[in-house]
Design a protein around this ligand. Structure first.
Ligand code: SAM
Length: 184
């Protein structure tokens, strides 16, 4: 085999190995990070068609769009494209994910605020659309934050919110997760 081809093959091999090592390190870190009882493991929403589910809930009086536990920020970027007038904010404690989503936002030239802080301590504003994809225990811990909110919509992907049962306006069946929409 010519030396040139051998060199290319070795470079490709080392690049693949480096990518694999990086991915594994990130996954181990994400797993370790999620072991804290206040957090949960990072599972991204399957973004296809998700915004369409709650598009009609975004009336002219809405001012903010939040993703509590925003991961790599994919839902925020979709929301900002569809609702450019809303102030778009993500809370993400995981430093790798929050940095990664800031980089993706910069590349996409999209104006989104990513806060590396705990959403349980967030001061959520009224007139908001709030997207969440969180495990049930965290939904319970958000009860106080949600009870103070007015004229807002909560979109819970994956799990219903038991204490908001009487505010449920729509349940959208999906695979693998359903989505629950509450109007406050
Ligand atoms: C299931 S993922 C959802 C990611 C994103 N919202 C999506 O739908 O693609 C939940 C995210 O919430 C973050 N998270 C969990 N608890 C948090 C907390 N108390 N404050 C901020 N982020 C948190 C986790 O690090 C994780 O990235």
């Amino acid at each position: 085999m010519p030396l040139f081809l051998m060199t290319i093959l070795w470079i490709l091999f080392f690049l693949t190995l480096a990518a694999w090592v990086m991915t594994t390190i990130v996954q181990i870190f994400n797993f370790w990070f999620s072991l804290d009882k206040r957090r949960c493991f990072y599972v991204p929403s399957k973004d296809k068609g998700l915004i369409g589910i709650f598009k009609e809930e975004v009336s002219a009086d809405k001012r903010y769009f939040y993703d509590l536990g925003s991961g790599d920020g994919r839902i925020l970027r979709l929301a900002k494209k569809d609702f450019p007038d809303l102030e778009t904010v993500g809370y993400e404690l995981n430093p790798i994910l929050s940095s990664y989503s800031r980089i993706l936002n910069r590349i996409s030239k999209i104006d989104i605020q990513i806060l590396r802080s705990d959403f349980l301590e967030a001061n959520l504003q009224n007139n908001s659309i709030i997207y969440i994809f969180l495990r049930p225990q965290l939904l319970l811990e958000l009860k106080n934050s949600f009870s103070a909110l007015k004229n807002s919509v909560i979109v819970s992907h994956g799990f219903p919110i038991p204490y908001l049962e009487n505010k449920l306006t729509k349940k959208v069946y999906g695979e693998p997760f359903h989505t629950y929409i509450y109007r406050l």
